[in-house]
Design a protein around this ligand. Structure first.
Ligand code: SAM
Ligand code: SF4
Length: 340
């Protein structure tokens, strides 16, 4: 198997058939998690077999191939990335790529293990973390996550701050569940210097939750927030689905991720690698290539060829739709598998 880094990639940038430049890789380092958020996972989840999971060495090789092809940003996610054993080893090795083609290494986490890992993350070169919190009420937090403890996440945030990490809070907006907390979450987050991004729940896999009933269009949320706050649109785009505003009263940044009410797929710059090496080209579609097989059978040239195929396969966008009594566009794959 050829894994010599000097052969990594042909340096041809990753450009798909719609002319979109792929510069951002999200990696699900595990599909497992210590929480079971009602909109993300079922209570009893069938996880991917451990024997099929990519080793850190394989992940490092694959990420290297992406960086050689122009990927500048890597986010480790999951599942919960910090529950994978020895995951700091991976952060450290990927961190060595910062400044050598890679501009940013970051993660999305539920925060439950952050107090243990914040310092090591910062030492590996991570500068910013996304932490998911859907409620600041301990009981409601426990109900949404099915097994999370808010106090542990708040301890994690304190540790992240102490380590000098910038923090963005992700909050999934859920009708009748946490919608009355959104304004309070904004004041709380901005009061601590954190950014806040609100997310519409997408139909991704069966979880036991009634997705139609919980659907809360962020257009409605934005109108409500504008009764209290002045939202000034920021020009900044991340190539992602979020649109950002500066909130005049708090001075903080507020993002909206609106896959249901407004799809921004035309600017999509990202692809997602599962923990078993499948590269999905869209969160909401089936199109994928198998990078584990490509690597194990043909080494780096195999990965390069698979990435060329992937660019042809990347679909125009997702087909998510949620109506009053209907849900469509679910690829039947949980976000924790694809890498949220
Ligand atoms: N476990 C980590 C966490 O919760 O931050 C990382 C993985 S999680 C899948 C990444 C993000 O996806 C979280 O902010 C979570 O709230 C969000 N998420 C999960 N399922 C979702 C869904 N069906 N629709 C929208 N967002 C979802
Ligand atoms: Fe776990 Fe994150 Fe999914 Fe919640 S959203 S179940 S924390 S992977």
């Amino acid at each position: 198997m050829n894994t010599d880094r000097s052969n990594a990639g042909s340096a041809t940038p990753l450009i798909d058939s719609y002319g979109r430049h792929v510069t951002y890789l999200r990696v699900s380092v595990t599909d497992r998690c210590d929480f079971r958020c009602t909109y993300c996972m079922a209570e009893h989840m069938q996880f991917l077999p451990k024997r099929e999971v990519l080793s850190f060495e394989e992940l490092e090789t694959i990420v290297g191939a992406f960086v050689a092809r122009g990927v500048r940003k890597v986010r480790l996610t999951g599942g919960e990335p910090l529950v994978r054993r020895d995951v700091m080893t991976l952060f450290r090795s990927l961190g060595h790529r910062l400044g050598h083609g890679l501009d940013e290494l970051t993660l999305t986490t539920n925060g439950s293990q952050l107090s243990r890992h914040a310092e090591a993350l910062a030492a590996s070169g991570v500068r910013r973390v996304n932490v998911s919190i859907d409620s600041l009420d301990a009981e409601r937090f426990a109900a949404i996550t099915r097994r999370g403890r808010l106090v542990e996440v708040l301890d994690g945030l304190a540790a992240a701050e102490a380590a000098g990490l910038a923090i963005k809070i992700n909050m999934v907006a859920l009708a009748g569940i946490n919608e009355n907390e959104i304004a309070g979450m904004l004041e709380w987050a901005h009061g601590r210097g954190y950014d806040l991004t609100l997310i519409e729940a997408m139909p991704l896999g069966e979880t036991g939750m009634d997705r139609s009933a919980a659907h809360l269009p962020l257009t409605v949320v934005r109108d409500r927030l504008q009764e209290r706050f002045t939202l000034n649109r920021l020009a900044e785009r991340t190539g992602g689905p979020a649109r950002y505003f500066q909130v005049a009263e708090t001075g903080g940044r507020l993002g909206f991720i609106t896959p249901l009410t407004h799809n921004f797929c035309e600017g999509c710059n990202r692809v997602r690698l599962t923990t078993t090496g499948r590269l999905y080209l869209c969160l909401g579609q089936e199109d994928h290539v198998d990078l584990r097989r490509a690597l194990r059978e043909d080494g780096l040239p195999g990965i390069d060829a698979a990435l060329d195929r992937a660019m042809i396969l990347k679909p125009k966008g997702h087909d998510f739709r949620i109506g009053r009594n209907s849900v469509a566009g679910d690829p039947g794959r949980h976000m924790s598998v694809t890498g949220g």
